[in-house]
Every structure is written in structure tokens, then in C-alpha cells.
Write a protein that binds this ligand. Structure first.
Ligand code: ADP
Ligand code: MG
Length: 698
């Protein structure tokens, strides 16, 4: 029969398809695929998201609300009640106490089954009901003489997908575990670990069926040694994958940028300020990288206002002096336009042309720009993702500068890079980010990039004073704004972005703008939001920069990169709704000149615990790295890096914060594998990253 032939096939390997398991046909296989599972081995690496303790029948007398428990009792009574919402209520007792089961959805058949005198086993969460303790919609089964005793192991709960139920998945994993007993499992790390370290097979078996007595709590904290053993392997796989990307790059070639030292000097001389030491170091490193015939892949990290752009401009000047092209890409039109303006002001006096290519450029102007880019007559091209479009052809793109990289996907970066690719030759890449990346993350999530840090703000800047106040103090704040503007300084008043609807957005800020205009008729107050046409935004931004507008009421479009040193007060509405990174970016809009600046974080009470924690971090420090560390603790790395956008590797069991203590071991092991056991690298990456094809393949 089918099942016999299948079980005899189960002597092979873990690479076998899940179709070789009993009861798995094409339909089920397709559903498993949605969970990233194609082989029996991958099924074993589908780890439970949590566990339930169904090993012990608890006495009804000793239950507490909030517990999830397995209980058994005799039915005393089943009745339909109509108080409040119609429900079926079943009462069970076991001699020590009593429990009510409450069902809001039930069939006639269910009602008939649950008759007085029958024994029932239930699993569910206890809560305090109107007539004592109860379970709402418990899982239950009638108990007879043949009913098996409770399970001897904790019950794993797996991630699910439509059409695949827990019970089904548990049985499949159980088959896979049987299979594991008969076939070799490659343990790529055990011989590199101390002799008493857990073996991989043991850890896997344990995690799918933890024996009775294992504390569910220790497992949910993910600190159990078996979980750590797997987390270690996963982190090694992640690092190997990124190192491999790096190695692959070292085989690529790039056009060296060898000219332009003098022009860069001239550029620095004509600036109204001196580079900070940190800028100087970053530029020196970058120019050294560019001098090589291997593509640079460098992350330039620096807090908001630390002056990254001017460093990038110097690199672009060297590229132009070498007769090569540089593409500078920003995430928003506004920011791209601002970069364009800065670049023009900086490089045109040196006789270098800049062209702008954004979504708003069309018609003849656009074809003109495209032609200039294609013939190579313009060396610096600033734009948005419009730089990706098919029609954009570069003559000799040698350097790609990407600003605010967390807003671009890795895929997008790759795409722009491919544009410059000419046979084996790739452009150099400089990625600028104002999101400080904590060391732990940088070492793992960005192991494929070299990193320079500008850890110093230009001199003369004063730290921004931050206050957190409830929005009922609005009137006092409005007075403060007035005094502020009378001194000739400017104000940002920012409202949060409501993602679902740009209409609501503009209404919200129009209301705020209207109120301010009424309260402060003497001041010039203008709005800026995403629904405005880009020429209108541009006009407002320009007049704000020129000092013609006192108060700029804006949505969070001003978050990124806008530079107006005379703006010294930042008011943020509904700050309780914003993340730390965003608040830090917003606050970075002020404190860019030599005058003392302040930031007012308005909130609507009551504050959630998380919001309270975030706002006090903002009050306590202006150090971007500290804020990022706290952000990481509060939100976890996936959120901090915007996992989906950046395409940062998604981890299954490891957690870069919680498992940070494993990193030295991770680094030691991955370096050792690369050096002494290179044949293990590929299978390890495949084991952990096969569900993320753009990484597995690179
Ligand atoms: P970032 O992009 O890192 O947030 P910017 O490059 O926008 O910062 O620089 C912020 C402002 O500081 C700009 O007006 C820039 O011209 C100016 N700036 C850059 N470097 C220095 C410096 N060394 N001294 C004084 N001002 C500087
Ligand atoms: Mg910037």
C-alpha cells in the first residue's frame, strides 16, 4: 500500500521531500511550502513558537485565573443562557471544585453530546467569570475508558498557515522526528564546540517534544540551552552568509578613482567651515577605498547633523575629477532636491555640473537630462528612485551614494549597482545612514559592509533641550512659539503621519495650522504635507529656509535630512505615537546652528508603558547611539532595521539583542569554518536561509 511504500522510503536523508512522509500529497506539500518547508529536514527546523503544558491534569479546586491548564471533570449540567449574549454553559466538577465552560458558538450536536454524567477533558485558559472560574471555548474531548492519558511531553505550538492545523503539523513533525532517528543529521558545529556542549540532534528532539516537567516559562524566554544551541548555529549561518556576500564582492572589479586630490582640497578650502576630525577620517578612508580596483561597500554612519553629505560630495568630486560619474540617491523628492541644491552650491564653483532626476522632472527637461547622463557630459546625478528607471543609462557610473539607507531595500541598492555594472566592473557604493546601528547589529546584520562612523558633531552646536508635556498645555506653548519667533528664530510644528489616509493627514494638519494662524495672526505660518505637489513643497521649503516663514506646520515629511539652521524649536504633536528613531530624526532638525534649541514633545494622555519609556529616553539623552540601543531593547531588531524593507536576514530562533552574548562565539566559529571547513559553509547557509532566496543564492 501507499503508506508502506512510503515508510520504506524513509531510510534516506533529511533532504528528502516532505512528500515522502505518510499522508503528505501535493496539496499539503504546497501548504508546507508556504511555511518555507520543502524537505523533512526543513520541517525539523520549523520550530515551535510556543508551548502548552498538557502533561498534567489539574484539580479544579486549585486553579487560578490566567493559567492555561488541562482539566477533567464530570458534566453536571449543560444549559443555554440568555443573559447578555446567548451562550451555552457547561458545568463540570471533579470532587475538588467546579468549572464553567462557556461557548458562544455551538451546534445542536455539541449541546446533545455534553450531557450530564459524561466525563470531559478540556484545555484552555482560566478566567474569572460571573459565576466563578470559567473557560471560554476550551478545546475538549469526551473521555472514555480507552482515552489515552495526558501527553508525556509539552505540546508544541507551530506557526500556522491557512489549511494546515496544529494537530496535523504535530503529527508530521512526529514522523520527521522518527525519521531523524534513522538518518544522519550533519552537525556542523559540535566538533568545534566544547565536548559537553549539546548535540544538535538532542536539541532538535527536545524542542519539538520537551519532556514533562520542562518549564514553559524558560522556553518562552528562549533562554533554554537547547534554544541557545540552535540560535548559535543560526547566527553562524547568518554571519557566513554575509561574509560570503563580502567575499563574492572581492572578486568583483571596479574602476579606481585616482584623481582629484587637489580638487577636493580646493573644495574644502572654499567651504565656510572646517571638517571635523571624524569627517576627515571618514573621507580619508573613503578616498583610499575608491583608489582601489575593487568596489567599495561602505556604510557611513553618523548622527543627524553630523555632516555626512559634505563627505559624500567630496567623494563625488574626486570621481568627477577622474572623468567618472556619481549617482546620489535620496529616499524622498524633498530630500533629493535639497541634496541637489547643496551639491550645486558646493561643486558648481569648481566647474563641475550636477543634474537632477526626480519624479517631478518630465518632458524636454527629462530627455535633456537623460541625454547628458548617457553621454557622460554631466558627472554628478542627484535623484530619487527615479534613477532606477530603465531609460536611465550612465556613461560610466563609478560611484553610487545612497542616503538614508533604511528606506531603500537591499534589492534596490543591488539594482542601482547593476546599472553601473559593465561586464565584471561594479560601481563603488557609499551608503549613508543617520540611523545609528548598535554594534551588535552592525556586526551581524551588516557584516557585508565596511563601516565608518562620524561620531562627532560640528563644533559650536548646543545640545537640544527636550521637554515632554501633555497637550492640554497647548496655550502656554503657543505663547512660547510667539516669543520664539519674535526673536527671529523659526519653528517646526510636526503632526504624525496617518498611514492609511493622506486625506485625514492633510485635514489634521490643516486644523492645527488654522488654529495656530488664528492664535498667532502676526506670524507667517505655512503648511507642508505629502499631498502637496512637489513644486508647492519646494516653494514652502525654500521660503522656510530663506526665513520668510516663521512656523512650518508639517507632517513627518520633514523628518529626513532637511537643513534649516535658524529653526530652533521643534514641536511634535502626538509624540506618543512615534517611534524612537523617528523622534530622534525629528529632533535632529533643530540644533543645527549655534543658537540653543529645544524640542517639545506633546502627548495625549494616557500614555502606554512603552510610549512612556520612549519619551523618557528622549528626555534623557540626545546621543543617537544610546537611543538606538534603547530602541533595540524596546522593539527588537526586526523593527529597528525595518526588516522587510531592508531585506535584513530574518532570524527564526536567534535574537540579536537577547543572544548578543553569543556573538564572540559566533565570530570564532564562523571564521574557523571558513578557514578549516569551507565545505560546511554552503550547507549551513542553506539549512537556515533557504526560505530567503535572495540571500541563499547570492
Ligand atoms: P547629515 O546628513 O549627516 O544629517 P548634513 O550633511 O545635512 O548632516 O549636515 C548638516 C549641516 O551641517 C549642513 O548645513 C552642513 O553644511 C553643515 N556642516 C557639515 N559639516 C560641517 C562642519 N564640519 N562644520 C560646520 N557645519 C558643517
Ligand atoms: Mg542627511
Amino acid at each position: 500500500t501507499d503508506s508502506e511504500s512510503k515508510s520504506s522510503a524513509l531510510s534516506g536523508t533529511l533532504e528528502q521531500s516532505v512528500m515522502d512522509l505518510r499522508g503528505v500529497g501535493p496539496r499539503l506539500a504546497e501548504r508546507l511550502l508556504r511555511l518555507g518547508v520543502q524537505t523533512i529536514g526543513e520541517l525539523l527546523y520549523l520550530l515551535p513558537v510556543r508551548y502548552e503544558d498538557r502533561t498534567e491534569l489539574r484539580r479544579l479546586g486549585g486553579l487560578q485565573s490566567g493559567e492555561k491548564v488541562l482539566v477533567e471533570g464530570k458534566i453536571e449540567l449543560t444549559e443555554i443562557i440568555y443573559r447578555g449574549r446567548r451562550a451555552m454553559l457547561t458545568r463540570i466538577t471533579d470532587g475538588t471544585g467546579m468549572l464553567s465552560l462557556r461557548f458562544f458558538y455551538f451546534s445542536r450536536a455539541q449541546q446533545k453530546n455534553l450531557k450530564r454524567g459524561a466525563s470531559l477533558r478540556c484545555f484552555g485558559e482560566i478566567r474569572a467569570g460571573s459565576v466563578g472560574l470559567e473557560m471560554v471555548h476550551p478545546e475538549y474531548r469526551l473521555v472514555g475508558p480507552d482515552t489515552a492519558p495526558p501527553s508525556k511531553t509539552l505540546t508544541p505550538v507551530y506557526p500556522l498557515t491557512e489549511g494546515l492545523h496544529q494537530q496535523r503539523l504535530r503529527l508530521l513533525v512526529a514522523q520527521a522526528l522518527d525519521h531523524l532517528e534513522q538518518v544522519p543529521l550533519c552537525d556542523y558545529l559540535s566538533d568545534r564546540l566544547p565536548a559537553d556542549a549539546l548535540k544538535l540532534k538532542e536539541a532538535l528532539r527536545f524542542l519539538h517534544s520537551p519532556p514533562q516537567g520542562t518549564q514553559v516559562k524558560s522556553l518562552s524566554a528562549r533562554r533554554h540551552p537547547c534554544q541557545l544551541r540552535l540560535a548559535l548555529e543560526e547566527l553562524v549561518a547568518q554571519r557566513l552568509c554575509l561574509l560570503r556576500i563580502n567575499l563574492g564582492r572581492q572578486r568583483e572589479e571596479a574602476v579606481p578613482i585616482t584623481e582629484g586630490r587637489e580638487l577636493v582640497h580646493k573644495f574644502r578650502d572654499q567651504l565656510p567651515f572646517n571638517f571635523t576630525d571624524a569627517q576627515d577620517r571618514a573621507l580619508t578612508t573613503i578616498l583610499k577605498d575608491l583608489y582601489l580596483n575593487k568596489p567599495m561597500h561602505r556604510l557611513l554612519q553618523g548622527d543627524v547633523g553630523s555632516g555626512k553629505t559634505v563627505v559624500a560630495a567630496a567623494a563625488a568630486i574626486a570621481s568627477a575629477a577622474s572623468g567618472l560619474q556619481t549617482a546620489v540617491m535620496a529616499p524622498t523628492e524633498l530630500l533629493a532636491e535639497q541634496h541637489y541644491a547643496s551639491f550645486c552650491a558646493w561643486v558648481e564653483p569648481l566647474g563641475i555640473d550636477v543634474v537632477y532626476l526626480g519624479g517631478s522632472v518630465s518632458g524636454a527637461a527629462r530627455s535633456d537630462s537623460l541625454a547628458q547622463i548617457a553621454t557622460g557630459s554631466v558627472p554628478i546625478i542627484v535623484g530619487t528612485h527615479a534613477l532606477f528607471q530603465k531609460e536611465v543609462r550612465f556613461q560610466h557610473l563609478a560611484l553610487v551614494v545612497v542616503d538614508e539607507q533604511h528606506r531603500f531595500g537591499v534589492d534596490q541598492r543591488l539594482e542601482l549597482k547593476l546599472k553601473g555594472k559593465d561586464g565584471k566592473v561594479s560601481p563603488h557604493q557609499l551608503v549613508m545612514t543617520a540611523t545609528p546601528i548598535p554594534r551588535t547589529l552592525a556586526m551581524t546584520a551588516y557584516a557585508d559592509l565596511d563601516c565608518s562612523i562620524i561620531d562627532e558633531l560640528p563644533g559650536g552646536r548646543q545640545p537640544v533641550q527636550t521637554v515632554v508635556i501633555p497637550d492640554r498645555k497647548r496655550i502656554e506653548l503657543v505663547q512660547r512659539v510667539f516669543r520664539h519667533c519674535q526673536r527671529g528664530e523659526q519653528v517646526y510644528w510636526v503632526c504624525p503621519l496617518i498611514e492609511e489616509s493622506e486625506t485625514i493627514d492633510s485635514q489634521a494638519i490643516e486644523k492645527v495650522g488654522q488654529e495656530l494662524k488664528e492664535a498667532l495672526p502676526e506670524l507667517s505660518i505655512e503648511l507642508l504635507h505629502g499631498r502637496m505637489k512637489s513644486f508647492a513643497k519646494d516653494r514652502v521649503m525654500r521660503s522656510f529656509k530663506a526665513g520668510d516663514i516663521d512656523v512650518l506646520v508639517a507632517t513627518t515629511v520633514v523628518e529626513v535630512g532637511v537643513d534649516v539652521p535658524n529653526a530652533t524649536l521643534m514641536v511634535v504633536e502626538n509624540s506618543e505615537r512615534m517611534g524612537l528613531a523617528q523622534l530622534h530624526q525629528l529632533r535632529g532638525r533643530v540644533g543645527r546652528g549655534t543658537t540653543a534649541s529645544s524640542c517639545v514633545l506633546f502627548y495625549k494622555a494616557p500614555l502606554s508603558e512603552l510610549a512612556r519609556a520612549r519619551l523618557s529616553v528622549m528626555r534623557e539623552t540626545t546621543d543617537g547611539f544610546k537611543i538606538a540601543e534603547r530602541d533595540l531593547e524596546l522593539r527588537g531588531p526586526g523593527e529597528v532595521l525595518g526588516t522587510r524593507q531592508t531585506g535584513v536576514i530574518q532570524l527564526k530562533i536567534a535574537d540579536l539583542v537577547r543572544d548578543a552574548h553569543l556573538l564572540p562565539e559566533v565570530i570564532r566559529l564562523s571564521d574557523e569554518l571558513i578557514e578549516k571547513y569551507p565545505q560546511r559553509v554552503e550547507p549551513l547557509i542553506k539549512r537556515w536561509l533557504s526560505g530567503q532566496p535572495h540571500y541563499a543564492k547570492v
